[in-house]
Design a protein around this ligand. Structure first.
Ligand code: NDP
Length: 287
């Protein structure tokens, strides 16, 4: 339990649900490690209360906060300014109080870019398959489009959502964008030519479900990046590795986006090693 004083700056995560968030553990460990007088708390905001919650956090002088499901889009009109990246993605995951202004940002896209860069994957000219078309898929699609990916295939259960994301990506980038229904036979063709497959659905959170794509038919060099994460390897990562593919879960992206938010709030470089150890204290993956 951190000591708090009259001078302590408050940072939070606003969402619903937030009970299972690992962000308080990560950020509080980082504040502790750097001796910063900050505390991070998880605050559940019930439907209909977002406006009052934002006004309250502003009035109370919070240094900033993370935004999670289901408020990443809905918070935008409540802020004073939104970065160009967050505007293009259409979602804010980090808010900072600068003077009296609330500034919205999106660190998921840059977090993803850094995560695949650490795996030495360079998107330029490559063929990427995105599973999902929700908030995280928008950030990943933006990052890949900005990095010059050659072809982006968006496969989603709800086709209309994939079409909307494709329109958005065609408007801001030069990549070829293809849309398909997740699980359909026709969606298998781009998977067979994929250099990168990114799971941006929640499939796998239950520890069992694998997204319905023909993983065995991907090229041998195909990299799998699963945004889902947990103390154990995710089902997709396990199967892809069994089939000899390189695969990683979403913890690096989680850490990188958190590190970027930490920097926005404190001006200090985040101690990512400390944050990683705090993420799943007893759940280190075997090397
Ligand atoms: P959203 O709710 O915005 O989107 C969920 C996506 O999952 C949609 O594309 C949805 O499809 C799809 N989906 C959900 N259930 C099913 C199902 N049964 N079958 C097929 N598709 C399904 O969530 P987010 O994009 O914010 O998050 C998605 C995942 O990414 C979560 O597991 C989250 O924890 C993780 N995440 C990880 C991050 C990291 O840093 N590693 C950052 C952000 C998110 P449909 O449109 O048809 O409903």
């Amino acid at each position: 339990m951190r000591d708090t004083r009259g001078t302590t700056r408050v940072v939070a995560i606003l969402g619903d649900p937030v009970e299972h968030s690992r962000s308080p553990a990560m950020h509080n460990a980082a504040f502790e490690a750097l001796g910063l007088d900050y505390v991070y708390v998880a605050l559940r905001v019930r439907p209909g209360d977002l406006g009052r919650a934002v006004a309250g956090a502003r009035a109370l002088g919070f240094a900033g906060w993370n935004v999670t499901v289901p408020y990443k889009e809905r918070i935008i009109p409540l802020l004073d300014r939104v970065s160009a990246t967050a505007r293009a993605i259409g979602a804010v995951n980090t808010v900072s109080l600068v003077g009296h202004q609330l500034i919205g940002d999106n660190t998921d896209a840059e977090g993803f870019r850094r995560a695949i860069a650490k795996l030495a994957f360079r998107p330029r000219g490559k063929s990427a398959v995105l599973l999902g078309a929700g908030g995280s898929a928008r950030a990943v699609a933006y990052a890949l489009s900005q990095a010059g990916v050659g072809r982006l295939t968006i496969l989603n259960r709800t086709r209309a959502r994939a079409l909307a994301l494709a329109r958005q990506m065609r408007a801001i980038g030069r990549s070829e964008v293809i849309v398909g229904s997740l699980g359909s036979a026709r969606a298998a063709a781009p998977v067979r030519e994929a250099d990168l497959v990114v799971n941006c659905t929640s499939l796998g959170l239950d520890g069992r479900t694998i997204p319905p794509i023909p993983i065995a038919e991907t090229p041998a060099h195909c990299l799998f990046y699963d945004l889902v994460y947990g103390p154990e390897r995710t089902p997709l990562v396990r199967l892809a590795e069994q089939l000899g593919r390189r695969a990683e879960d979403g913890r690096t992206m989680l850490l990188e986006q958190a590190g970027l938010a930490f920097h926005l709030w404190t001006g200090r470089r985040a101690p990512l090693g400390t944050m990683e150890r705090a993420l799943f204290p007893s759940g280190a993956l075997p090397a």
